[in-house]
Design a protein around this ligand. Sequence first.
Ligand SMILES: [Zn+2]
Length: 188
Amino acid sequence: MALREILTSEHPALRQKAKRVKKVDASLQKLIDDMIETMEDAPGQGLAAPQIGVGLRVIVIDAKPGVIEDEEKEEPVKLQLVNPEIIEKSGEQFGEEGCLSIPGYVGNVRRALNVTVKAWNRRGKEVKIKASHNLARALQHEIDHLDGILYTDLLEKPEDLFRLNKKGERIPVFEKQDSEKKQEPIPV
Ligand SMILES: [Zn+2]
């Protein structure tokens, strides 16, 4: 396994449509292992292959389902998915997302509340995953990366984007912080 560099939002590789994986082999499994190591090191809830400059439809996820109120008690769900496709979605949720390719920012975006995803697992076996809440959000976010879409593309209004300061507080990007400061440019 090896740590890979995570590309940030201005990199053109993040804007390309990734290609379907045609066959499962040792190099694909090495890619998945590198992605897991890179995601865990960051740490992040998910990573898509284009974020490390590989234009293939592969994602890894390590996210709490977010379906029960006491988040502390939830075990994260770990997924390694090849050629994932959303085949059903329903409902709506509006909430916060961050991205390893847009460090230091979070934004509120609208997503489906429930999704069903069809994919291969790392051995090429077809799997179907039903997810809601946070896990559904993570799946939609990572699958968007495979089509060159970043969460900042989905912001309904600029005020939904926040910069994180050193204390982890959310500072609105598109409101003046005080009379001295000018508005910051959107990071993508
Ligand atoms: Zn992301």
